[in-house]
Design a protein around this ligand. Sequence first.
Ligand SMILES: CC(C)(COP(=O)(O)OP(=O)(O)OC[C@H]1O[C@@H](n2cnc3c(N)ncnc32)[C@H](O)[C@@H]1OP(=O)(O)O)[C@@H](O)C(=O)NCCC(=O)NCCS
Length: 198
Amino acid sequence: MSEAANAEVPIIETNRLVLRGWRPTDREPFAALNADARVMEHFPVPLTRAESDALADRITTHLVTKGWGLWAVERRAGGAFIGFTGLAEVTFDALFGPAIEVGWRLARDAWGFGYATEGARAALRFGFQQLGLEEIVSFTSPRNVRSVAVMERLGMTRDPADDFDHPRVPVGNPLRRHVLYRLRRTDWRATAGPESTT
Ligand SMILES: CC(C)(COP(=O)(O)OP(=O)(O)OC[C@H]1O[C@@H](n2cnc3c(N)ncnc32)[C@H](O)[C@@H]1OP(=O)(O)O)[C@@H](O)C(=O)NCCC(=O)NCCS
């Protein structure tokens, strides 16, 4: 994707991160994290280089055409690409849809610093303030305790009645069952606060 197209992507800065458009140099570290069995433990399979590049292309096209999406995440100190966080349309048929989800995927060596929560908080603020969304959801396998912990730190809440089987995970796969977390704009205002920057 050209730098000119990328110029349309809004940049979001937090205390320790920059959420920005994707660059060709992000592809290699993105492929490395998508091939890492620890990062992909809660997905059916890790991604090949070609699948990782195709995913980066889809993400970039969405970001450039819509002006929001899954931003590339860069650590301000040193400028390393560490993964993505941001907003995405739920594209499968879901009882809770149509919906916008907040999501994250970071390289293993970037876990344990609060970066996912910090980046996602900024993405939620963008969704509620810039896009005017009434609700943002997130979902994962309940085995993915780190991801569930991010949702809870963000003030999202789960109603077990919303649990569902992900239609894109094969029947019989233990990762098929998912928990759904929701955050309404009114509750976000009361918890994270629109002025918070991290
Ligand atoms: C899900 C994922 C992004 C969570 O990453 P994470 O680093 O655990 O989450 P956070 O960025 O919120 O960091 C929280 C941790 O940083 C610690 N931390 C350290 N310094 C911190 C700081 N300055 N501020 C906040 N937290 C800090 C917290 O104490 C917490 O540690 P703990 O895990 O020991 O409790 C990561 O595990 C991942 O990329 N997984 C693979 C992809 C994936 O499953 N994505 C979700 C699919 S639904």
